[in-house]
Design a binder for this molecule. Sequence first.
Ligand SMILES: [Zn+2]
Length: 132
Amino acid sequence: MLRSYCRIFLLGVQIPLPPGTTVGASLDVARPVVDAINERLLELERATDGFSLTFVGGCRYCGAATCTRPEGLPCRHPEKARPGLEAWGFDVARTAAELLQLEMTWGRDGMAPPALTLVFALLHNSPAAIAW
Ligand SMILES: [Zn+2]
């Protein structure tokens, strides 16, 4: 599928987190940002006949009680859910560092890093530059 696209638009976002933020709380902080970016990426998909890759962090559309993915069943929201760059073999830390000049950091022991670094992409064939 990657070979059907000749261009990629990359978007990196870094969200600073206060010291002592847990991983779970960091995902709550990131959620509105990720949702807004995903919505825009889906618009750009439609405009360019492209395909987007997103920050995943769990199913964003079902709610934990009803998501089919933990059971290995097909996604209920294929029109909106997109895979992460990692799932397609991208080295996200290297992509962020070399192409977006964003250094990723990692948390430990259930605590979030000082900043969340999120990388998104739009695969497309549009000759026009992507206007974010
Ligand atoms: Zn789901």
